[in-house]
Design a protein around this ligand. Structure first.
Ligand code: HEM
Length: 129
């Protein structure tokens, strides 16, 4: 699911550049035809929405799996303020614990939740546009 997200994001970013090229906002800034997706604005928009559907379907699958199996709650909760402060302190002293990579520290938990919310807001605000 992680790498499906990566593919969806590349499609959305490449086609976003194609849409941008159709009506350049910043003077000399436009994207090479070698890195943008879609031959012109309408084609880029279709790629953009194809990427959106991939991102949205993958997100729904990820959240459903995470909620049904309890994985999300198990990995991302609870988050305590004192654990966040402790992790920041440990990090500043270069003492972050890497022995068990399946257990996330408090800062990771916060950031992973934020990333999930960012993904949801990308789809919702994109659809609003
Ligand atoms: C996932 C759901 C998304 C949807 C449904 C969506 C939808 C749209 C639409 C409808 C436009 C055309 C706006 C117009 O006609 O002026 C647009 C433009 C654009 N989008 Fe998205 N978008 C999404 C996500 C993203 C993401 C994640 C990025 C980049 C990381 C992105 C980058 C862009 C860019 C660069 C443009 C061109 C802006 C401009 O120059 O006017 N989009 N998007």
């Amino acid at each position: 699911m992680h790498w499906t997200n990566a593919v969806a994001m590349l499609v959305i970013i490449g086609s976003g550049w194609g849409i941008y090229n159709d009506s350049v906002i910043f003077g000399s800034l436009h994207f090479s035809k070698h890195i943008k997706l879609g031959s012109w604005a309408a084609a880029s928009l279709q790629w953009h929405f194809a990427g959106m559907w991939l991102l949205a379907a993958n997100g729904v699958a990820y959240l459903t799996y995470g909620i049904v199996t309890g994985r999300l709650r198990e990995r991302l909760l609870p988050i305590r303020l004192r654990d966040i402060v402790q992790t920041v302190r440990d990090t500043l002293r270069l003492h972050v614990d890497h022995t068990d990579l399946t257990t996330y520290n408090a800062v990771q938990k916060v950031l992973y939740i934020v990333v999930i919310l960012v993904g949801i807001s990308q789809v919702v605000t994109g659809l609003a546009v």
